[in-house]
Design a protein around this ligand. Structure first.
Ligand SMILES: [Zn+2]
Length: 463
């Protein structure tokens, strides 16, 4: 199956009139390819009828709709006439299902295509895809048709990977300097505790401040009240406001780069010195720096999740969808004036009426509510992440906390857990933390320098 962002496999098939249709000849236009199991089977009808009834939307977007099944051109013609389909139905008849196979939607058990939709942009790149499990003839689709919300996705803009994804850098990354002399003494004591151990590592916002990401709990951070989970879930108006502001904020964000602290953490993992990394940051900078065994405790900024079916989608892709659903919105918002930009892409805008007019996107697979895939205030961390994190601490000889004030229980509990089991807890953080009394040793300093020093100075483990 072609992945999002990849070139769609080219094909040539006959339409219901026996005319050859070649995908690559449609370059310059957006193409919606809909695989359906079988003409007249009643399964496809729901989706194809939606397209038929909304064809104007697709035509407005200069999109070509192609329905494809393993039927012959004769069956396709009769089917199109009966249902009044004005778009091409292509016969993937011989070699039987070859194109469906290329797109990873051929079901060898039934000899038919699964239901699947691919939106291919003017350059031939797949920008959207949804594939449903093999459908049983005679049943109607169990999922809501995605068309109304996804009608705009065919012109999703191509963004440079990483642009406006997770970060909100307003400052250039700060290179790590040398630890100060008094810091070095404490670091040497920390070295004495961690040397020879595999330890678990817990990181927080302090790690990303050197990448220009503001720490909303750190000293000097503006007090603000992020929307709680209950508010988000509780009212459609709140969600509309949230997404409208987030849409504006997102378009302003610039991708942050990992800093020396992230690089040092990745190095600790490569050297086999840590059992794993638990991070409270949602910016994905650890992964960008090369960390592999990571629990994103509070989720990740570059994804959204459907609260009904739990499918995850790229936030970048959603940006394009929202733009299509709200043409001209960003320009008007900017004209009205963006008052404040918060670290979580929440922009404050004066024009209340504009916000009220915002159209939110729903899950293209089931029509459910989409939410950024990070843990809100008032929301629990998913259980599997907590369990993986505890396992990392249990496997470890010590716990190192870096750049977290341990304000929230989601992080503090791991320090408590380690202390309870007699494992040293080492804390490196600028300023007080809620776990200070649990700490075997505490270094009050910037984390980039300290982690860089440790990653270089800790001895290899004897295997
Ligand atoms: Zn869903």
């Amino acid at each position: 199956m072609p992945a999002l962002g990849e070139a769609a496999p080219d094909f040539e098939l006959l339409n219901q009139f026996g005319e050859p249709v070649r995908l690559s000849e449609l370059r310059g236009r957006n193409v919606v390819v809909v695989f359906f199991p079988f003409a007249f089977s009643g399964i496809c009808t729901g989706e194809l009828c939606e397209i038929r009834d909304n064809l104007a939307l697709f035509e407005d977007a200069d999109a070509v709709v192609l329905g494809i099944s393993v039927d012959s051109k004769f069956a396709q013609r009769a089917y199109a006439e009966k249902e009044g389909y004005a778009f091409d139905l292509l016969a993937d008849f011989w070699p039987h299902g070859a194109v469906a196979e290329q797109y990873g939607v051929f079901d060898p058990g039934s000899g038919m295509a699964k239901r699947g939709t691919f939106i291919i942009d003017a350059a031939g790149i797949v920008r959207y895809l949804v594939v449903n499990p093999a459908a049983r003839p005679g049943t109607s689709p169990s999922t809501a048709p995605p068309w109304r919300d996804s009608a705009g996705t065919e012109t999703v803009r191509t963004r440079r990977p990483g642009t406006g994804m997770t970060g909100f850098a307003s400052l250039p990354p700060v290179p790590a300097g040398e630890p100060a002399r008094d810091e070095l003494e404490v670091l040497q004591d920390i070295h004495g505790i961690l040397a020879g151990e595999r330890f678990a590592l817990l990181t927080g916002a302090g790690l990303s401040t050197d990448s220009g990401i503001p720490d909303y709990r750190g000293p000097g951070a503006a007090p603000r009240a992020p929307m709680t989970y209950q508010e988000f879930i509780g009212a459609a108006d709140n969600r509309r406001r949230y997404w409208a502001r987030n849409h504006i904020g997102w378009s302003h964000l610039r991708r942050a780069d990992p800093n020396d602290g992230h690089t040092a953490v990745a190095r600790l993992e490569r050297r086999g010195l840590i059992t794993g990394l638990i991070t409270q940051n949602v910016d994905r900078l650890h992964e960008d720096a090369g960390s592999v065994n990571v629990v994103d405790l509070h989720g990740r900024f570059d994804q959204v999740v459907c609260l009904s079916c739990q499918r995850q989608y790229s936030r970048t892709l959603l940006a394009g969808v929202l733009e299509e659903l709200n043409p001209g919105f960003l320009d008007r918002a900017l004209a009205a004036g963006v008052v404040e930009m918060a670290p979580d892409a929440d922009a404050t805008v004066e024009d209340a009426a504009l916000i009220e007019s915002f159209v939110v996107a729903h899950c293209p697979a089931c029509g459910g509510t989409l939410k950024p895939d990070f843990v809100y205030f008032g929301e629990n961390v998913p259980k599997d992440r907590v369990e993986r994190s505890y396992a990392m601490v249990d496997e470890a000889g010590a716990l190192l906390v870096a750049g977290s004030s341990l304000t929230v229980m989601s992080g503090l509990r791991f320090a408590r857990h380690a202390a309870k089991h007699g494992k040293p807890v080492v804390i490196i953080n600028r300023g007080q933390t809620r776990g200070d009394e649990l700490a075997t040793i505490k270094l009050d300093a910037g984390v980039s320098e300290a982690l860089t020093w440790l990653a270089a100075e800790l001895p290899p483990l004897n295997k």
